[in-house]
Design a protein around this ligand. Structure first.
Ligand code: T4K
Length: 389
């Protein structure tokens, strides 16, 4: 039963026969972690592949976020979005930083740059936006504000692997960007993540921070943590790079098929690729406007389950609704984020998703659509009938 379920994602793995020789090499060498040769090679290849200056690998995206905040010594208040995976805000909490939520814009569900200025106080030290679903934030306006107020910018780019803005990597914006290579992401190393930075000095600091702060056998230069990626995952990651472009082609095909099938359903909205962006097709969120569609987002979620199709409501509830954060003054009045979180459902999307699944999703949604929207042809038919009579 379990194996017939269509889940929101299905991880892409490299061919096993290509991985085995790398495993044999690792077995022979007995070098398993702590900046081994595959780790070093993967960092180099990733920097070239992504078009960024420096990459520091991590064991996951959450620890990368936490270390990024440590690296820049961020304190006080940080402006962030309530519409993300909890790890974004948890990374602030673990650093003793107060999150200040600002509402999102409805077009791409990113932090609304127009609302940031009003949330800046003397305690504000940084902005932590998320490129939600891989669609870039208003990076130019955010940098503008940061420059004017002397704030740092750390992008949670967990969804934005491979995304380009105006022809270059979106990861080059801000002081630091973090990536997640979790199994559910467009590019995975099972678990994993990275920090992207602009200069070697910062990379060295980040590398100390992920390895206990150890500089050499007798020197610890910072209160670091253990957040290193191991050799098995680094070798797996090197193989994954070869298959990334074809995976994106598969994702694009599925996305375009969904868009084509859903384009005429009233009350169902989806996102088009933003201008000036090379997109990675990481998620396919649709937004159900109950008053137009006639049924709620949760009705859609349940109806799809009856067909063995398991969408996910990323991101519902909002982070600001969870018990840790709901008492914060900024957790109130996030109207757009609230509305979007009640409308959104991410439909299954992965490179080898069968076309028939898309057809089923489309026909389920068409079948659920408000009766009135299906009545129009009936009215036209009766007019034609009257004319004939
Ligand atoms: N910032 C943002 C904006 C993020 O979205 C994330 C992670 C992070 C930071 C933190 O990065 P990491 O520390 O995770 O590297 C999943 C992922 O666990 C999480 O990484 C991801 N965001 C989040 C959006 O999605 P869940 O709770 O939805 O995972 P789960 O286990 O329910 O899996 C989702 C679907 O994927 C299921 O339908 C099953 C399927 N699946 C999952 C796994 C693990 C598979 O088919 N195979 C698998 O191996 O959080």
């Amino acid at each position: 039963m379990e194996k017939h379920k269509i889940l929101v994602t299905r991880p892409q793995l490299p061919p096993l026969n290509e991985f085995i020789p790398l495993l044999e090499d690792i077995w022979d060498s007995r070098w398993l972690t702590n900046n081994g040769k595959y780790h070093q090679e993967f960092e180099k290849q990733l920097a070239v592949f992504l078009g960024v200056p420096y990459v520091s690998l991590f064991s996951n995206g959450t620890l990368a976020l936490m270390a990024a905040l440590q690296c820049l010594k961020i304190k006080g208040e940080v402006i962030t979005t309530p519409f993300s995976f909890v790890a974004t805000t948890h990374s602030l909490w673990w650093n003793g930083i107060k999150p200040v939520f600002v509402d999102i814009e409805a077009d791409y569900c990113n932090l609304d740059a127009k609302l940031i200025e009003a949330a800046i106080t003397p305690e504000t030290t940084a902005i932590l936006p998320v490129h939600v679903y891989g669609n870039p934030c208003d990076v130019d306006e955010i940098q503008n504000l940061a420059d004017r107020y002397g704030l740092r910018v750390i992008y949670d780019a967990a969804h934005a692997f491979g995304v380009k803005y105006k022809g270059s990597s979106v990861l080059n914006y801000g002081d630091l960007s973090i990536l997640s290579f979790h199994a559910t992401k467009v590019f995975n190393t099972i678990e994993g993540g990275a920090i992207i930075c602009h200069d070697l000095k910062t990379k060295k600091r980040i590398d100390y921070l992920k390895n206990f702060g150890i500089a050499d056998e007798t020197t610890v230069v910072a209160p670091g943590i253990n957040a290193k990626m191991n050799e098995l995952q680094a070798a797996y990651g090197i193989l994954q790079l070869k298959y990334f472009d074809s995976a994106i082609d598969g994702r694009q095909h599925i996305t375009e098929k969904y868009r084509d099938g859903l384009k005429d359903i009233d009350g169902v909205r989806y996102l088009e690729n933003p201008v000036d962006v090379d997109y990675n097709y990481s998620y396919f969120p649709v937004f159900i406007d109950e008053s137009e569609f006639g049924r709620s987002r949760d009705d859609v979620y349940e109806e799809l389950k009856k067909h063995n199709i398991y969408g996910r409501r990323y991101f519902y509830p909002l982070i600001s609704e969870f018990s840790t954060y709901r008492g914060l003054p900024s957790a109130k009045g996030l109207d757009i984020a609230y509305e979007i979180s009640r409308q959104v459902i991410c439909l299954p999307l992965y490179p080898d998703l069968p076309d028939e699944v898309v057809d089923t999703v489309v026909s389920v949604l068409k079948g659920m659509a408000r009766v009135e929207s299906r009545e129009i042809p009936v009215k036209i038919l009766s007019q034609i009938k009257r004319k004939i009579e």
